[in-house]
Design a protein around this ligand. Structure first.
Ligand code: AHR
Length: 500
């Protein structure tokens, strides 16, 4: 029997909604077909954005959407994506499949999508192949309110009012596809470029995200912070508000990542073991950040994470289209629990990617769409957004898997919202064992519990013919006891409890 001890009177840290953020890149069928079909499509749409996808995404309360990349960002020239669509420049998407990018989805379309989703905006700027002037003009185009060359151009293109840019990334993976730079060189470039990311609206300052490390490159973190984090009365956060981190979970090697939908028990545990590595990364990069920024003024922005498997057979290798099973659901559940538990430092995260690419929420096939198991986890976890993490620990947890890929069977996080309602999310990583769980509280005596569960065979997934095979269901196995709660977590499951 495992016991989860919750001290709901001890609030640890605020869970920024942006931890539940999404990422949309000009890659494969994420933007084109997945989100944007143009106004004249037979697929129902509002201003070109497909209605079925937007409506489904609204249910998971997307807090922020990162765009336009990824590697694409450092080859993107924003002026190619404004003005009359038929006159926009075409380019080759060299990173992703070598296809023609017609730039029909650009700045105006992105802000329209965010308007429909009701989410914050996160633009990633081009440092790798773009100029300081280009970046600075983009910020002016998007946010300047008044008469200026770029604001006038925006108005001429049909949008008089400025938009709000909440986050701005200065380069993407500058250690790799974004320019193959070394950390101190990038650090100096960052200082220079970010200077011209102007805050035209002092009431809506842009949060600047510096390119952080790849996985466990601690030297990158150290050197970029050393170069860029230098608090002074005029630069309280140094020159940055967030430092990014990218980490993908893949069971195999980079060349042979493994199939998304056909895998062994060993690969199940291997994948989850690798997903849990996120905690070590957050702690170790966080420890370096603590030395520079003990007050935790800047956030760790894990703005690319998720599973990365071999593409589905017969699909374009450059499109990164993969299926999504219960294994992905468990990866999402444990990762989001880790982010919640470390919400004092993790302030933003974007799963890669929102539609049709890597660990997607939604898959589409022309006019059809389905919600993936990962989507359901985001739905089950949505009440953590904007809540307060409370003190919690679990005891009596067994481990499973092989020595190399041992994982705890259970893992959890707990928060309390503004109405005093507790959200407890628990994942059972075991494929073999149901786990009885007791929950004990410091003070509260629960009066009612609403619970949802996601459970199926390990490799179950949704198809366009059977889109609801894996779906969230009501869980009525929870008993309220004298001292708390009791329930049994089925093997291979995710449970979400709302406790009043
Ligand atoms: O998400 C796919 C790619 O992974 C992104 O473009 C890049 O930033 C990362 O390497």
């Amino acid at each position: 029997m495992a016991t989860i001890y919750i001290n709901e009177t001890n609030k640890i840290s605020h869970i920024n909604p942006e931890i539940y953020g999404q990422f949309s890149e000009h890659l494969g069928r994420c933007i084109y077909e997945g989100l944007f079909v143009r106004e004249d499509s037979d697929i129902p749409n509002v201003n070109g954005m497909r209605t079925d996808v937007v409506e489904a995404l609204k249910e998971i309360h997307v807090p922020v959407l990162r765009w336009p990349g990824g590697c694409f960002a450092d080859e993107y020239h924003w002026k190619d994506g404004i003005g009359p669509r038929e006159q926009r420049k075409k380019m080759i998407n060299t990173h992703w499949g070598g296809v023609v990018e017609d730039n029909s989805f650009g700045t105006h379309e992105y802000f329209e999508l965010c308007r429909q989703l009701g989410c914050k905006t996160y633009i990633n700027g081009n440092v790798g192949s773009g100029t300081v002037q280009e970046m600075s003009e983009w910020v002016e185009y998007m946010t300047f309110n008044g008469a200026s060359p770029m604001a006038d151009l925006r108005a001429a293109n049909g949008h008089k009012d400025p938009w709000r840019v909440d986050f701005f990334g200065v380069g993407n993976e500058s250690w790799g596809c974004g320019g193959n730079m070394r950390p101190t060189y990038y650090g100096d470039l960052y200082r220079r470029y970010q200077t011209y990311v102007r805050n035209y609206d002092q009431n809506a300052p842009i949060q600047k995200v510096a390119c952080g490390p790849n996985v466990n490159d601690y030297e990158w973190t150290e050197k970029v912070l050393d170069t860029c984090f230098n608090p002074s009365p005029c630069h309280l956060h140094g020159f940055m508000d967030d430092l990014s981190l990218h980490y993908y979970t893949t069971p195999g090697s980079w060349e042979h990542k493994g199939s998304a939908a056909e895998f062994t028990t060993e690969e199940w545990y291997n994948t989850l073991h690798k997903a849990l590595y996120m905690e070590e990364l957050v702690e170790k990069h966080g420890a370096i950040m603590d030395r520079y920024d003990p007050e935790k003024k800047i956030g760790l922005a894990v703005d690319e994470w998720g599973t990365w498997f071999d593409v589905e057979p017969g699909t374009n290798p450059g499109f990164l289209y993969q299926q999504n099973t219960m294994r992905d659901a468990l990866v999402a559940a444990v990762t989001l629990n880790i982010f919640n538990q470390h919400s004092d430092r993790v302030k933003l995260a974007c799963i890669a990617q929102m539609v049709n690419v890597l660990q997607a929420m939604i898959l589409t096939d022309k006019e059809k769409m389905l919600r993936t198991p990962t989507y359901h986890v985001f739905h089950m976890y949505r009440s953590h957004q904007n809540a307060e993490l409370v003190e919690n620990r679990i005891e009596g947890v067994e481990t499973e898997g092989r020595v190399m890929y041992e994982v705890p069977t259970l893992q959890q996080s707990v928060s309390v919202d503004q109405d005093g309602v507790l959200t407890l999310t628990v994942a059972n990583l075991s494929l073999e064992k149901d786990s009885p769980v007791e929950v004990s509280f410091e003070e509260i005596k629960p009066v009612s519990v609403e619970a949802g569960i996601l459970t199926e065979e390990k490799d179950a997934y949704n198809t366009f013919d059977e889109p609801d095979r894996v779906r969230e269901q009501t869980f009525d196995g929870v008993t309220v006891t004298e001292s708390g709660l009791k329930f049994t977590m089925p093997a291979c499951s995710v449970v979400s409890l709302r406790i009043r």
